[in-house]
Design a protein around this ligand. Structure first.
Ligand SMILES: Nc1nc2c(ncn2[C@@H]2O[C@H](COP(=O)(O)OP(=O)(O)OP(=O)(O)O)[C@@H](O)[C@H]2O)c(=O)[nH]1
Length: 638
């Protein structure tokens, strides 16, 4: 793709009609070569070369968008002509669209992050600019220069495709693509508006220029026509004067009237009085030796076919060669005596060059060039030595029998002055803005995606932490409790009891299910577990009433601790526990009566817990021995 792009640019630069096209192609080729060798270059060199190219392109671009109040056309012209040794003028700049695209593509090579973000928009811009270039060229006349800019546009377009390749190759999930398309749509609308505005303004400028050119041309025509009319009127007066004399003017009369007349009209080459036979009898000349006789007959020669002194008619020639005075026209007005007999005619020769040179100041001020044509043949050129632009406007001047065509063409300087750089500024700013807009959209989308990812990751992390916390709690609970009954285990019980004040009076109870083995044996181990769990739940409820602690001591045996050592309340306590167990509704399979527990109790202080356990255990043993389903209080220790 890169090579194809290079080929297109080489073709266009070989045939480049102007230095600007050649320069633009050259910059494009340098850009491609830079891309080709960039991997072998050190970063410093790459940056330096890119910087040089970019400086040149930006300088060219600035010549479009810098207000002329900052840097005038003359300064730009001087800069370019100096740099290009006179090849290049400010009025022959590279096509703006192509130049803007090339700058974008070059900027595109700078930063890989920017490349990824801006790629789709650069590609869209390349497509739009190529389309716009093509459309503009179809609108205007086609010629070799147009086809060359098409080659150039195609080359730059391929270059843009190449540079957006990483983005095109990347795998985009559907949502991302949709977001990109939306961002592209919005940014492209903005960009196309800028392009549209630019084109509209250019068309307006073109209309304005055509109007101005027509106006200048009309002014020129009016100026010349006015001069000729004045001349003709004056000549009629002169002729009338001879008619009033009813004879040809004497030398004195000629000198007093005709010579002054000749001096008044600077563009008049010769004024003469001609006898009916065609011989010049009186003459006043400007630039032609004041002689009478043959030389002027030569001038008169073309008149012979026109019957110059035909009675009653004013006459004039076509534009003729005035032998050494360039092209010109002869006018002649016959004079008649009182009887209407022509006794001679006044002949005036107007040379075109002096006549049109009266326009020098006007043309110079307006910066236009004047060309005069007769039958399509250029016969005269006047105006500043500046290069004329293509646009010109023509009017026909009635001079002689056929008239001549006067065409005014504004110079390029004039066009440059008429052009406002505002459309170009709007276009370039619009392009940059739409690109930035797209990048911002993309950045925003990325940030959103990143934000969502971060939020998801944070949620997942929090969830995991919560799970860990729950697991930790479960582990801790399991470490401190019996999982079958949910009661504290023996160690936890001991730890909790250790927190009680040592001198607090307490009662320790050892509670054991009666004939539990038989339950297991008869109903099964699972049912035995159920019984254990139900009894534990009932015992806990009963112990909680007394703000005590209860734990599973092991097997079918429970251990409880309640504050207080009052013997009467101990009996109530034991009774409430036994009732709680029988209240579960569980029936012992062997006796077919509610299940029962035996309880051993010991009172003392919390500080002597181990001794209390031992004494309560002994009391429990005694309760079992005494027939079960009862409570025995251990006698107070020693
Ligand atoms: N289902 C079940 N049985 C258990 C569990 N722990 C211990 N046992 C059983 O409990 C029974 C205890 O039996 P013994 O020590 O003979 O006592 P007993 O049958 O209750 O008779 P006395 O205590 O003398 O009234 C044994 O059969 C144990 O297997 C348990 O977690 N689940």
């Amino acid at each position: 793709m890169l090579l194809a792009s290079l080929v297109f640019l080489i073709i266009s630069s070989i045939q480049a009609p102007t230095f600007s096209t050649w320069l633009l192609c050259g910059l494009g080729k340098a850009h491609i070569v830079l891309l080709l060798v960039s991997k072998r270059l050190s970063p410093e060199w790459r940056w330096a070369l890119t910087g040089i190219l970019l400086t040149i392109e930006l300088t060219l671009l600035c010549s479009y968008i810098m207000p002329t109040s900052w840097v005038g056309h003359d300064e730009w012209e001087w800069l370019y002509e100096t740099l290009s040794h006179g090849h290049f003028t400010i009025y022959d700049r590279p096509p703006l669209l192509m130049l803007a695209l090339e700058v974008l593509l070059l900027v595109h090579t700078f930063n890989s992050r920017f490349v990824r973000l801006a790629s789709p928009m650069v590609l869209t811009m390349a497509l739009s600019m190529m389309g716009a270039q093509l459309w503009l060229q179809l609108q205007t006349s086609s010629g070799p220069s147009e086809s060359i800019s098409l080659w150039m546009a195609a080359g730059l377009m391929l270059l843009a495709l190449y540079q957006t390749r990483p983005w095109l190759a990347a795998d985009h999930p559907g949502a991302t693509r949709l977001a990109t398309v939306l961002a592209l749509g919005l940014s492209s609308t903005f960009m196309l508006s800028a392009l549209g505005y630019w084109h509209f303004q250019n068309v307006q400028t073109q209309y304005r220029l055509e109007r101005t050119a027509r106006q200048i041309s009309d002014n020129v025509l009016e100026h010349v026509s006015q001069s000729l009319e004045n001349h003709h009127r004056a000549m009629s007066h002169l002729t009338s004067a001879w008619s009033m004399l009813e004879r040809p003017p004497s030398q004195d009369q000629w000198d007093s009237l005709a010579v002054n007349f000749n001096d008044d009209f600077g563009y008049q080459a010769l004024l003469a009085f001609v006898s009916p036979s065609g011989v010049i009898t009186r003459v006043a000349t400007r630039g032609i030796p004041p002689r009478t006789g043959l030389p002027f007959n030569q001038l008169m020669h073309p008149l012979s076919g026109n019957a110059p002194l035909s009675p009653g008619a004013d006459g004039y020639t076509d534009v003729i060669d005035l032998k050494g005075m360039g092209p010109g026209v002869m006018f002649y007005l016959p004079s008649r005596d009182g009887r209407g007999v022509i006794f001679g005619a006044t002949l005036s020769v107007i040379a075109l060059a002096p006549l049109l040179s009266t326009l020098t100041t006007l043309l110079g001020e307006e910066h236009v060039v004047l060309n005069a044509y007769e039958h399509g043949r250029q016969i005269y050129r006047l105006g500043p030595a500046e290069t004329p632009a293509e646009a010109s406007y023509c009017n026909v001047l009635s001079l002689g029998q056929e008239g001549i065509t006067l065409c005014t063409t504004p110079t390029r300087q004039r066009l440059a002055r008429e052009y406002s750089s505002m459309p170009d500024i709007v276009l370039v700013v619009g392009l940059i803005f739409s690109l930035m807009m797209f990048v911002l959209f993309q950045l925003n989308r990325r940030l959103n995606a990143q934000h969502m990812m971060e939020r998801d990751a944070r949620d997942a992390l929090e969830q995991e932490a919560e799970q860990r916390r729950e697991l930790q709690q479960a582990i801790e609970w399991m470490a401190h409790h019996d999982d079958l009954t949910g009661l504290a285990n023996r160690r936890h019980f001991m730890n909790l009891a250790g927190t009680w004040r040592e001198d607090a009076g307490i009662t320790l109870l050892m509670i054991d299910l009666d004939h539990f083995k038989a339950i297991n044996d008869t109903l099964g181990h699972q049912q035995g577990d159920h019984v254990l769990a139900e009894v534990a739940r009932a015992l806990k409820l009963a112990i909680d009433v007394h703000n005590g602690l209860i734990a599973r001591y092991g097997g079918e045996e429970f251990m409880a601790l309640v504050p207080g050592i009052d013997p009467s309340s101990l009996t109530d306590l034991a009774t409430s526990l036994r009732e709680a167990v029988s209240g579960t509704g569980l029936i012992h399979p062997a006796t077919e009566r509610p299940i029962t527990v035996s309880i051993g109790m010991a009172t003392g202080t919390a500080g002597a817990l181990n001794g209390l356990i031992q004494r309560a255990d002994t009391a429990l043993y005694q309760a079992k021995r005494a027939g079960r389903n009862r409570a025995v209080l251990s006698p107070p220790s020693g």
